[in-house]
Design a protein around this ligand. Structure first.
Ligand code: MF3
Ligand code: CO
Length: 254
């Protein structure tokens, strides 16, 4: 069952997502060479505290693994779920993904963005541009009456154009009272299949795209997903509301 949010719930979702976007924005303004991913995580935590929100990632459990930080920060060949560390410092030529998931008044907002630390090669620049475009191409399909895999297919088509690898083991998802709700929103799929989208559904759409192949491995820390071939990976994510009309991007900073 895919939850349909009431107008009251949607109002709170808007607030939660606005907070998630603001936290990401504050962290983004501190992204620079020499800054550790741990320092960025602490900035995120401070922003959440100030805004009256909590991290939805902190102490999040998958099996027997417990997530130890407030945000996910993934560098270069790290796809998602990188654990912030004092020992990881941003360097020129890196790409860095900040993934921020907050809980606010009982609702979750989820967003992520990859940043370039110049000087970045043309091919990596193009990877990030294509991934961000793929997010918006997917959002364009997030309309009542369409099906979930219409979003997936639009993302896939856009990405295949550039011959990139699509990460299949991680997917977008419904989001609301919980971080991960139905439906799953893969980044590839057959159009006209999957659940029918209805007004009041809220989805986290999040293409994770690799410069090389889509295959991944999980690091010894039990969380960090890395590309198998060591090539870089980009990730852009918004939480989106299905309406009677245009998709509403809830994590857009206004
Ligand atoms: N945006 C990530 C996701 O949807 C956040 C994961 S939080 C973690 O999977 F705790 F699982 F890392
Ligand atoms: Co997500």
């Amino acid at each position: 069952m895919i939850p349909i949010k009431t107008s009251t719930e949607i109002a709170v979702m808007r607030e939660a997502c606005r907070v998630a976007a603001q936290v990401l924005e504050e962290m983004a303004s501190a992204v620079a060479p020499g800054v550790s991913t741990q320092a960025l995580d602490q900035l995120g935590k401070a922003a959440m505290d100030r805004l009256g929100a909590e991290s939805a990632c902190y102490k999040y459990k998958v099996g027997r693994n417990v997530y130890p930080a407030y945000t996910c920060i993934s560098l270069n060949d790290e796809i998602v779920h990188g654990i912030p560390s004092q020992l990881r410092t941003i360097r020129p030529g890196d790409i860095i993904t900040l993934d921020v998931v907050v809980r606010y008044k009982g609702f979750v907002g989820d967003n992520a963005r990859t940043f370039l630390i110049e000087p970045v090669s043309q091919e990596v620049r193009a990877l990030c541009k294509t991934t961000e475009e793929a997010l918006y191409v997917g959002i364009e399909q997030a309309r009542a009456g369409n099906r979930v895999h219409d979003i997936s297919h639009a993302i896939e088509r856009h990405v295949r154009f550039g011959n990139y690898g699509i990460v299949e083991q991680f997917v977008g998802h419904g989001v609301g009272r919980r971080m991960h709700e139905e439906p799953q929103v893969p980044n590839l799929g057959r159009p006209g299949t999957g659940a029918v989208l209805r007004p009041g559904m809220t989805l986290a759409i999040e293409p994770m795209i690799n410069l090389g192949a889509g295959d991944l491995r999980i690091a010894k820390d039990g969380w960090t997903a890395l590309t198998r071939d060591g090539k870089p990976s980009a990730h852009f994510e918004h939480t989106v509301l299905i309406t009677d009309g245009e998709p509403e991007i809830l994590t857009k900073v206004k």
